[in-house]
Structure formats: C-alpha cells, structure tokens
Design a binder for this molecule. Structure first.
Ligand code: RTP
Ligand code: MG
Length: 143
C-alpha cells in the first residue's frame, strides 16, 4: 500500500515501476480514501503502541494506493525492496532508503508474512477486484 505521503509526493509510478521491473505481477490495484475503521483493522497489531492513534489518523488523512502483487517469494522480497521501517536506516536502493526521512512518513506498507498478506488482501479487496492472469513474459522470469 502506497501511503498518503507516497501518493501526495507523486511516487506512485516510481513504486509501481520498481515492483514491475523486479518481475512481480500486479493483480489488484485501487486508489482509495481509507476509513478510520479500515485503518484501525489494518494496524490492529499495533493498537497498544503509542503511535497507533497518529498512524490511523495519517493513513486515513488522504488517499492511498492499495495493491496486490504476485510472484515467487513476493512477500519477503517486497519487504527488501521497501527497506527498513525507519527511512534513515533503510539502505539506499530501497524505496524508503531512497525517498524517506521519517518513520511516520515512510511512504509504503508491505505485508510482513504470507499469512498477514492473506489477511490483508481479504481486508482490502473483494475477489472481483483481483485479476488472475499470467504475463506473457513468465517463461523469461522463471525456469
Ligand atoms: P508497515 O506495517 O507500515 O509496512 O511498516 P513496518 O512493518 O516496517 O513497521 P511496523 O513496525 O509494522 O510499524 C507500522 C508503521 O507504524 C509507524 N511507526 N511509527 N513513531 C514510531 O516510533 C513508529 N514506529 C512505527 C511507521 O509508519 C510504520 O511503518
Ligand atoms: Mg508492519
């Protein structure tokens, strides 16, 4: 999910380009204004943390781009493409490392495990919003 800061800063294309160029397949995408309820559910794991209220307010403050990407090892690989939570310690070459300076404005969210990804896909998308397709370049990406 490209967070409000990523959308406001015009980095939607940049983020999509990096995932496409890596070889992952986009199977769902929508720009949406997030309700407080959805933001609270999405970050439920952090509900006791001091930053929770501010995080929920931020995520629901301006549109985000929610996406589902498919491919071998996509969850772990996406976390690497995204970089460490704090953009100041994220490696250059990662999205947060290249474009961010603040932990509360770190541009993008990525599911942290396959199970979490499944839960989050169900939370953010209906089945009709997901496409099942094989890009013609697949044989050039996988043995
Ligand atoms: P995300 O869930 O957004 O993909 O980020 P993450 O896994 O790298 O980090 P996580 O620990 O899940 O934290 C969720 C988001 O909360 C904000 N945060 N603020 N002020 C703080 O100390 C603090 N710590 C975390 C960040 O925006 C982080 O992405
Ligand atoms: Mg997280």
């Amino acid at each position: 999910m490209i967070k409000p800061d990523g959308v406001q800063r015009g980095l939607v294309g940049e983020v999509i380009s990096r995932f496409e160029a890596k070889g992952f397949t986009l199977v769902g995408m929508k720009l949406m204004q997030v309700s407080k309820e959805l933001a609270e559910k999405h970050y439920d794991v952090h509900k006791e943390r001091p930053f929770f209220k501010g995080l929920v307010e931020f995520i629901s403050s301006s549109p985000v781009v929610a996406m589902v990407w498919e491919g071998d090892g996509v969850v772990a690989s996406a976390r690497k493409l995204i970089g460490a939570t704090n953009p100041l310690t994220a490696e250059p070459g990662t999205i947060r490392g290249d474009y961010g300076v603040s932990v509360g404005r770190n541009l993008i969210h990525g599911s942290d495990a396959i199970e979490t990804a499944q839960t989050e896909i169900n939370l953010w998308f209906s089945s009709e919003e997901l496409a099942s397709w094989q890009p013609t370049m697949t044989p050039w990406l996988y043995e």
